[in-house]
Design a protein around this ligand. Structure first.
Ligand code: IPM
Ligand code: MG
Length: 368
């Protein structure tokens, strides 16, 4: 019997619907050649959900996600919702979904493709060969700690956020980082601020403890400021970067600049149930609706879905190889410099879908 995979599609705001449409197109290309059937169900999240239902994460969307085996998300946010009360911002939809689905690990790979080495913010010799994976803790830390709020004290306002990490929260993400390193170059760089913060001292202690179970993986510790510097100075020294929620948020945007455009980068958020896949870029309201967004981040996120949720490594590799091929032949969306007439969002999706089908027909990817 043919496998049936249920995928929740949450396009969200801005360019979200354009890029998720291309990712679905590529999944359908895989379906055509490789057999599994996908059943897509669409839900609202973010600003569009606020407009339609007055909340950023409607109950119906939660139930669609719980009933799915994987979630594909576009992006949330936009200037029209900026004035909202904090709990009614589109971003809350995403933060609530991470909590609700128990997504405690965020994977953000940043790879510099040879054909795009010239568009990086760094010079080619420094950046060539960069291939790193940020493993970010996603459900804890200062994003969610209590107390939090803006309080009045002694006649002035005081903003409060709290960073909290419990041992088990560090343990589970550290295990995953070491396991992932085993399938890569076997090096984990754990990033913290242990010279100043207690949460970081605990983090470092727990990571050292977990590392004992992985003697074949090399572990180093870096302070976050030094890591930020070395990401620019010598990006090729990194393999897996393991870090907390806040530092991972910042470092992953920095790492995106190594690849040259944030539009290229995918992410996966994993827990114990259905996982969520989304491009790293935001809703890009200034280009929304104009067929100008880069769908590669979303398409590469679909590849991560096939790998992590559906154990279809061959198909994941085929999509990744198709992206490389299409870029090598010169297709460029508007975010990538060097083309007078950039490739549109939908055309880029067509090219990658077609190439994926071709590759899947070759035995190399079918049997991977
Ligand atoms: C990200 C984003 C989110 C975050 C926002 C939209 C809440 O910046 O996924 O990196 O801070 O985690
Ligand atoms: Mg971010």
């Amino acid at each position: 019997m043919q496998a049936l995979f249920r995928v929740a599609v949450l396009p969200g705001d801005g360019v979200g619907s354009e890029v998720t449409a291309e990712a679905v197109k590529v999944l359908k290309a895989v379906e055509e050649i490789s057999g599994p059937r996908f059943r897509f169900q669409t839900g609202l999240i973010g600003g569009c959900a606020l407009d339609a239902t007055a909340v950023p994460l409607p109950a119906e969307t939660i139930s669609i996600c719980i009933n799915a085996q994987a979630i594909l998300l576009g992006a949330v946010g936009g200037p029209q919702w900026d004035g909202k009360r904090p709990e009614l911002r589109p971003e809350q939809g995403l933060l609530q979904l991470r909590q609700r689905m128990g997504l405690y690990i965020n994977l953000r790979p940043a790879k510099v493709l040879d054909s795009l080495v010239g568009i990086s913010a760094l010079k080619p010799p420094a950046v060539r060969g960069t291939d790193l994976l940020i493993v970010r803790e996603l459900m804890g830390g200062i994003y969610f700690g209590n107390p939090r709020g803006i309080f009045a004290k002694n006649g002035e306002r005081m903003g409060v956020n709290t960073e909290v990490y419990r041992e088990h929260e560090v343990e589970r993400v550290a295990h995953r980082a070491f396991q992932l390193a085993r399938a890569r170059r076997r090096k984990v760089t754990s990033v913290d601020k242990a010279n100043v913060l207690e949460t970081s001292r605990l983090w470092r202690d727990v990571v050292n403890h977990i590392a004992r179970a992985y003697p074949d993986v090399q572990l180093e510790h870096l302070y976050v400021d030094s890591c930020a510097m070395q990401l620019i100075g010598e990006p090729t020294r990194f393999d897996v970067i393991l870090t907390n929620n806040m530092f991972g948020d910042i470092l992953s945007d920095e790492a995106a600049m190594l690849a040259g455009s944030i539009g290229l980068l995918p992410s996966a958020s994993l827990g114990d149930g259905p996982a969520l896949y989304e491009p790293v870029h935001g809703s890009a309201p200034s280009i929304a609706g104009r067929n100008r967004a880069n769908p590669i981040g979303a398409i590469a996120s679909a590849a991560m879905m096939l790998r992590h949720s559906f154990r279809m490594e061959g198909a994941a590799l085929a999509i990744e190889a198709a992206i490389e091929k299409v870029l090598k032949r010169g297709a460029r969306t508007a975010d990538i410099p060097g083309k007078k007439r950039p490739t549109t969002t939908s055309h880029m999706g067509d090219l990658i879908a077609l190439e994926t089908k071709k590759l899947l027909k070759s035995s190399k990817f079918r049997n991977a």
